[in-house]
Design a protein around this ligand. Sequence first.
Ligand SMILES: *Cc1c(COP(=O)(O)O)cnc(C)c1O
Length: 319
Amino acid sequence: MSQAAATPAKRLPFLSERHIDPHAYPDGVAFHDGQYLPMSQAKISVLDWGFLHSDATYDTVHVWDGRFFRLDLHLDRFFGGLEKLRMTIPFDRDGVSEILHNCVALSGHRAAYVEMLCTRGASPTFSRDPRQAINRFMAFAVPFGSVANAEQLRTGLHVAISDKVRIPPASIDPSIKNYHWLDLVRGLYDAYDRGADTALVLDFNGNVAEGPGFNVFCVTDGRLTTPAVGVLPGITRRTVFDLCAEIGLAVKAEAIGVAALRGADEVFITSTAGGIVPVTTIDGAPVAGGKVGPITERLMALYWKRHEDPAWSSAVHYP
Ligand SMILES: *Cc1c(COP(=O)(O)O)cnc(C)c1O
């Protein structure tokens, strides 16, 4: 055994600070191994398959003004993912819900980004058989962070359409929210190289799919469309369908070609991390007049208003 391994507290001289722990931890509370901990203490083994193989599922819900938004739908999706991945956790829906409430309450945040996740874990004998792994459930609440800043919400995002193809649904079922993001991260680099804020990637047919953690909609002649296949069925996307039904706007999930997106009257993206966010530039060219469109504005206002509605939100019990 090397000297370094025998004295783990002693730093090796060739390691820069960057290799020790480069992270600043957000102010928040995690549930980990049955305990509530500060974020900086929620750590897992490097042998966990969640880390080594992206063998994990998760869900993210937000708390706005002290209330969870559509938590039931997020729990449905999370438990659906667990079942499809043949993972089990020692909590039922009520148990997970209580843990999420506790993480937010203990953090004290009134606007929070709340994540529940389960990794395959590792096997006590280092077996390569996933059935022998002990699945690991974790949750945490950190301050709400939006995909768009205030300026971008007002004037719209600049998006680049990457030629990267989203991992096909025949390989990874997109209804399982997952960490297979190499396609999306490559898309982001394409976007940054072209001076855009974020990216959209394509599906296996060359149509528009989705972006890093968000779905996309376009409005053409007063009618809304969003890609139907090869995308995560987002809860914000679903909320847009529900809002459109209420106010009598036509909306449909169907294939959207790149040319159709470029030619749309309005484009917006949807995500729990930001809600409905306008897109006003695609590959450097303005969408229609380059201004946030009236249907996008109307849906954004309705979306945030509905965060007060007890049918769609539930209050966090702060101490
Ligand atoms: C989470 C996510 C979305 C958006 O889903 P919401 O439920 O609206 O937050 C879209 N695409 C991918 C790949 C995602 O992981």
